[in-house]
Design a protein. Structure first.
Length: 428
């Protein structure tokens, strides 16, 4: 026997044993408990498909595929006979077994056994995936019982916007100032709504503290401004989540500093030395304030959040649309300011650009310093000014969308941290 065929046959046997083991373990544990209660020691003659049967079915598929290379008729008889036996089994047991999962998995086991003859590794991967899907029965049932109809409906709405509406929108500016881009504006709406959407389900399944914290951490990798908007709206509808929402917002902004440092390091590693001192101070202040709020939230809430938390719809479109309209307005203002005030001063450009986003001016400064068009000291101050300007905008968003207390906490931490960072950089 060739070694290659032996390896492939081992794959087929292992796939059958794995799937059969998953299908059998709960059933036989249940039957064993039933026999102990009834006092019977004999095994049932009507036991459904077990581990040995699945192993045989997988080898049946492998043998049929192997025979198919030379004996087409015999291969067809093998496969047809296997499927026919499964059909007979289903007719015999369908009254006792409500679903067809076992029968479908058995048919797929035959197919995977046949696949091992040509692609053993792919068959093994598919076999493991099938076993994982079969083993997730209890988890999926528990998950489905926790999902409401409105959550499913809102998920479908969200997917419609992402996969149907967004692709048909023009990805170009439609105004003389080259600001309004329908595709990018809709993408911003999706980004903000998506962060709120993810935060909703993380909060639902992990609780307010852990769910919102993860939302802030992950959301900060893409847009700390979007996280600020999402958390402000969350706190406005659920005031008891004030400290958790502020903590998530601060974590997102601390993550933003890391993101900027990575961008600068990739484009111009030397420039990192000009900003890491100021950014380090900003991050320390924000993290310290975040840890304080995390502890305070834990002391104040205890288990009350779980009881007081009433989650509404996961997909809230209007707050994201409203922010996007304001965002486009700021873009227009920034572009007009650049046209009439000029772009000669890098600090002015950083201030105006920071009102909208930090990344564009960061990319521009990194490119200019790398090409020796700008000194590293001036470039570092320029990026820091953009961060301070962006912090002012986010503080205003927090106060406007999240209420006075949310805005006060977020604004105090962001403005103080960025201000201290800028002053320390200027004094160096």
């Amino acid at each position: 026997m060739e070694l290659e065929i032996l390896i492939k046959m081992t794959y087929a046997l292992a796939i059958g044993i794995l799937i059969g083991l998953e299908r059998s373990i709960d059933l036989y544990h249940y039957q064993d408990k039933g026999r102990k209660k009834s006092g019977k020691k004999k095994e049932s003659k009507d036991d459904p498909i077990g581990m040995r049967t699945y192993a045989i079915l997988s080898l049946l598929g492998f043998t049929s595929s192997l025979l198919g290379k030379t004996f087409y008729i015999a291969s067809g008889i093998f496969l047809g006979g296997g499927v026919a036996l499964l059909l007979i089994f289903y007719i015999r047991f369908h009254k006792k077994e409500a679903g067809v999962t076992t029968e479908m998995s058995a048919v797929l086991t035959i197919a995977l056994g046949a696949l091992t003859c040509y692609q053993p590794h792919l068959a093994g991967v598919l076999g493991v995936l099938l076993a994982v899907i079969l083993a997730s029965k209890r988890a999926t049932r528990k998950f489905i019982l926790q999902i409401r109809r409105v959550e499913m409906t809102d998920t479908l709405k969200f997917l419609v916007i992402i996969f149907i509406i967004l692709p048909i929108l023009p990805n170009k500016t439609l105004d003389p100032y080259e600001v309004f881009n329908p595709y990018k504006m809709t993408f911003l709406v999706i980004l903000i709504s998506g962060i709120s959407f993810v935060g909703y389900f993380l909060t639902k399944f992990l609780g307010a503290r852990m769910g919102l914290s993860l939302t802030g951490l992950l959301g900060g990798l893409t847009s700390s401004t979007a996280v600020t908007v999402a958390m402000a709206n969350q706190v406005k509808t659920q005031p008891n989540l004030l400290y958790d929402g502020v903590f998530a917002t601060l974590i997102a902004n601390a993550t933003m500093f890391v993101r900027i440092l990575v961008i600068v390091w990739v484009l111009n590693p030397r420039l990192v030395g000009s900003i890491i001192h100021g950014f380090g101070i900003m991050a320390v202040v924000i993290v310290a304030a975040g840890v304080y709020l995390w502890i305070k939230a834990g002391k104040n809430s205890g288990n009350e959040d779980a009881e007081a938390l009433v989650l509404k719809n996961p997909f809230s479109l209007w707050p994201a649309v409203k922010f996007s309209i304001i965002f486009v307005g700021v873009l227009f203002a920034a572009r007009i300011a650049k046209i009439y005030l000029g772009n000669e001063g890098i600090y002015l450009a950083s201030l105006v650009s920071g009102l909208v986003d930090v990344d564009p001016i960061t990319l521009s400064i990194a490119e200019q310093t790398r090409n020796s068009q700008l000194s590293y000291d001036v470039g570092g101050v320029g990026i820091t000014i953009a961060v301070v300007s962006n912090a002012v905008v986010k503080s205003g968003i927090a106060a406007y969308s999240g209420g006075g207390r949310f805005g006060l906490f977020v604004g105090a931490v962001l403005l103080s941290s960025t201000g201290i960072g800028l002053v320390s950089l200027l004094l160096m």
